[in-house]
Design a protein around this ligand. Structure first.
Ligand SMILES: NC(=O)c1ccc[n+]([C@@H]2O[C@H](COP(=O)([O-])OP(=O)(O)OC[C@H]3O[C@@H](n4cnc5c(N)ncnc54)[C@H](OP(=O)(O)O)[C@@H]3O)[C@@H](O)[C@H]2O)c1
Length: 361
């Protein structure tokens, strides 16, 4: 029997801010799955900062390709339930993750690698964690945070600054760095987020980067400098970090969200010579380069979540059609923790944002 699905498709590339009018929702007839394929009813789909990098004519060289206009958006992490399976190892009712997000039904080729291996169809164990946790701490975000601290060569006693620290990746990084024995400073864009970082996530110090000149704000909480900068923001944040890093300091460049909407890449940090004078190590990375760490990360993260040593917050938006608005809100900073779209189009729920803390039991 044919299934009618709905997909969010980009119709124009945003100039500056992402707008709802840059997208439309279309209905599609899905054919039955072929051998090797499964049909999945998606229940939760991910909203990620880096989607902005693909909503333009060309994505940065070496990155995932730009989303073609008027086509489904392939390469977005999603969880759902298998409805029909013609692939070995998958059965109706299984909870899975895959990378055909921003739609309510997806035909997925079981063996086909997706998102550099992070998003290949995978059966999930939802006995100890809700499905959407696999889009956050138990999934790609967890891997990004976990691998990033290895990239940074985290050592016990390091003073670590994490930017965008109250977001999906940042909120995990600060807690993993604490578990690793670091002294952790988090920065974020509101007083509420600063409170959340200190009160809920246990950072040693936090500041709102909008409260004054960034070098002063950082100096106040790290008067003797920092050993590691975990960069989610780029731009001025990176430049200020280079100034604050001590000799042989390290930078893990995870992302540069402050630059994603810029029509042309802005010039790099003006003080890069400090990398020479201080003997700094600056390493960029992608989670998909570290998929070998996934089993170890999910095992350890699962334990820390159950023990309450890692906490995570979700910003949930209801309704597939609200995915573009959820992305726009994330890029504005109107999110805390992991941003998710719940694909259950109960009419009274469309567009309502909920926030809640989630501690695994
Ligand atoms: N390397 C990888 O494999 C990988 C994988 C996943 C994500 N990432 C990167 O990780 C970073 C976080 O991504 P996410 O998906 O977890 O998003 P997120 O942190 O949940 O949300 C993005 C946050 O960035 C902050 N922000 C937005 N514009 C900013 C600006 N101009 N200056 C400073 N902060 C700004 C906002 O918080 P405030 O209120 O604090 O401004 C917003 O909440 C991004 O750079 C992303 O590209 C990298």
């Amino acid at each position: 029997m044919a299934t009618i699905g709905r997909e969010v498709r980009p119709v124009s590339y945003p100039r500056g801010e992402v707008r709802a009018s840059d997208f439309r929702v279309v209905e599609v007839d899905l054919r039955p799955p072929r051998p090797g394929e499964v049909l999945v009813r998606n229940t939760w789909t991910s909203v990620d900062a880096a989607l902005r990098l693909r909503l333009r004519e060309e994505a940065p060289p070496g990155y995932f390709p730009a989303f073609p206009l008027e086509q489904p958006m392939d390469g977005i992490m999603t969880v759902g339930e298998v409805v029909e399976s013609h692939a070995d190892g998958f059965n109706p009712g299984d909870t899975v993750w895959h990378a055909s997000g921003w739609r309510d039904y997806a035909l997925v080729e079981a063996e086909r690698p997706a998102l550099g291996g992070v998003g290949t169809l995978t059966k999930l164990d939802v006995r100890g964690a809700p499905p959407q946790a696999y889009l956050g701490p138990l999934g790609a975000n967890g891997l990004t945070a976990y691998a990033g601290l290895q990239v940074a060569g985290l050592r016990e006693g390091d003073v670590v600054w994490v930017s965008a620290a109250a977001g999906a990746v940042g909120s995990l990084v600060v807690q993993l760095a604490k578990i690793g024995g670091a002294q952790v400073i988090g920065s974020a864009g509101s007083a509420d987020k600063v409170r959340h970082l200190v009160a809920d996530l246990g950072v040693d110090a936090a500041f709102n980067y909008k409260d004054g000149p960034l070098p002063d704000l950082l100096r106040e909480v790290a008067p003797d400098g920092i050993d590691v900068y975990f960069d989610n923001v780029g731009g001025t944040h990176l430049e200020v970090a280079l100034g604050a890093l001590r000799r042989a300091g390290r930078v893990a460049i995870c992302g540069m969200i402050s630059e994603y909407a810029a029509p042309k890449p802005p010039p790099g940090p003006g003080n890069l010579m400090l990398a020479v004078t201080k003997g700094l190590t600056i390493r960029g990375y992608r989670a998909s380069y570290h998929t070998h760490l996934l089993p170890e990360m999910s095992r350890r993260m699962g334990t820390w979540l159950r023990e309450g040593r890692i906490r995570h917050r979700e910003t949930v938006v209801d309704g597939l059609a609200q995915a573009p608005a959820a992305l726009a809100a994330l890029l504005r900073g109107d999110n805390t923790g992991k941003t998710l779209v719940r694909i259950e189009d109960l009419p009274h729920r469309e567009g309502v944002a909920h926030r809640f803390d989630q501690r695994q039991s």
